[in-house]
Design a binder for this molecule. Structure first.
Ligand SMILES: [Zn+2]
Length: 79
């Protein structure tokens, strides 16, 4: 970490990869967990044959991500 303030605003550190970037945007991280087919019908029950929706978890904390991370990883934009 450099301690010089330089000319200040405009440079942030990406909350995902840690790279310095002047093109970060606020996002909420999203975890997508594919469900194994075994869990399709634990109770022998309801629902479609074969397709189990992925488990999606949106993290409450807002992070600032650089453009490459926003291209690569699932996230939810924050206004
Ligand atoms: Zn990044």
């Amino acid at each position: 970490m450099a301690t010089s303030a330089h000319s200040g605003a405009g440079h942030e550190t990406c909350g995902s990869c840690g790279a310095p970037s002047d093109d970060t945007a606020p996002v909420r991280r999203v975890y997508v967990t594919p469900q194994p087919p075994d869990l399709a019908g634990p109770d022998g029950g309801a629902g479609g044959a074969g397709s189990v929706p992925d488990r999606v978890e949106v993290i409450d904390e807002v992070e600032h991500w650089c453009f490459p991370c926003r291209s690569l990883y699932p996230h939810q934009p924050v206004d």
